[in-house]
Design a protein. Sequence first.
Length: 511
Amino acid sequence: MSFAKRDYLLEREREVQDMWDREAIFQMDSPKEEEKDDYFSHKNKYFVTFPYPYMNGRLHLGHTYSITKAEFAVGYQRLKGKRCLFPFAFHCTGMPIKACADKLKREMEEFGFPPQLPLTSAQLSEEEEGHQGTFQWPIMRSLGISDEEIKKFAEPLHWLEYFPPLAKQDLKRLGLKVDWRRSFITTNTNPYYDSFVRWQFLTLKDRGKIMFGKRYTIFSPRDNQPSMDHDRASGEGVGPQEYTLIKMKALEPFPEKLRPLSGRPVYLVAATLRPETMYGQTNCWVRPDMKYVAFPTAKGEVFLCSKRAARNMAFQGFTQEFGKFQVLLSLVGQDIMGLGLHAPLTSYDVIYTLPMLTIKDDKGTGVVTSVPSDAPDDYAALRDIQRKKNMREKYGVKDEMVLPFQPIPIIEIPGSELGTLSAVKACEMMKVTSQNDKDKLEKAKELTYQKGFYEGVFIVGEHKGARVQDAKKKVQQLMVNNGEAVLYQEPEKTVISRSGDQCVVALCDQW
């Protein structure tokens, strides 16, 4: 098979492209005053641009397909005799490049140079398997880059020096009608573009169009910056979720594992989406085998919660130093089982920590406040431990910590058979027999939460007679003002940054 015709066409293509370069065919300058005529009129100008392609690799067919829209348009307008300008730039800002560079650095630190990468997930640690994702080194090799050259990509700036020239070379071979004098890269390595972006933001701020200040945002501690959607390996579209952190004060004498904190104000903190129901607290749930930590806050108090939650709080102004918390004690839920607590708003002077085996450690604080009057899960779990003496004995819970506590009517749903104890009635209607009836409990929750919020009326407290949906924020603010609660946020779902870091919610400066 002969390729002579193909080779001839390719040679002619190179010759023509060389001629375009020599004669600067696509370079377009502003006309001098004496040159202005109809050819230089506004109607005879045509400008086209293309979103900067990202420079963490070579351009691909997808880029080619999209670029042809601009390329064909500007070529057509040139044929019509118009003065056409097509500038081009390369996007280097953001986390993808740094994340890839950091992965290469870690792969060399952990597996040597060149990295002897594990072949199976069994050879990976749990953290590596969960967060490391695809190794970066083989990706770079697939681009035809040698190991010696790949090593240089551990520095983010090398990406800026390596890929943009290759992209320009490919685009010139494609025949793009670009004025390459008007080409640049982003980031502060280009001081001209950087100052242009700064000018834009400062101008918009001066005109009152944008603001600068602290706000809650998804944040990567490893990258030390907010993690926007395009900076994430997973969790795109996930935002911060606001909780009310209920402070339940631990009462002395403390159990043995907690005694080193005697004399200090210790609070078990529970994250809730329903602060308006705190009038009905009867107990506090902890998981016997879950790990908890006690850490000091900036206000001199000690909070007890899961380590994951403590990490989140450290980025929201709870601790003395942004992003850091000191672990005073590490313990498990069983170590604080039966601990007496003073909880805000409830009519019980003392409530106790009780075991709940279904608490998850990937959401909330690992501490759950219990309102069995309006939360079906709480009612089912409380009823179980009240009925099962062997369960109380297993976890060292005394009868007086459980048996006297009954659901407290706090919200009435007028005209509904749910009455003043919606969770109790819903569990009866759904024939819930234990806390393990997950499907039935889901239906009960859907019924009680919706009706309770939209139709419920308070029958206790300062807002007695008010609708729940109208008073919810007021009850929350009441506890915050009294120092009995604080606002706390965490990601709605797990978010992993491109650098393999589990993100938190941080209160930090943002535009």
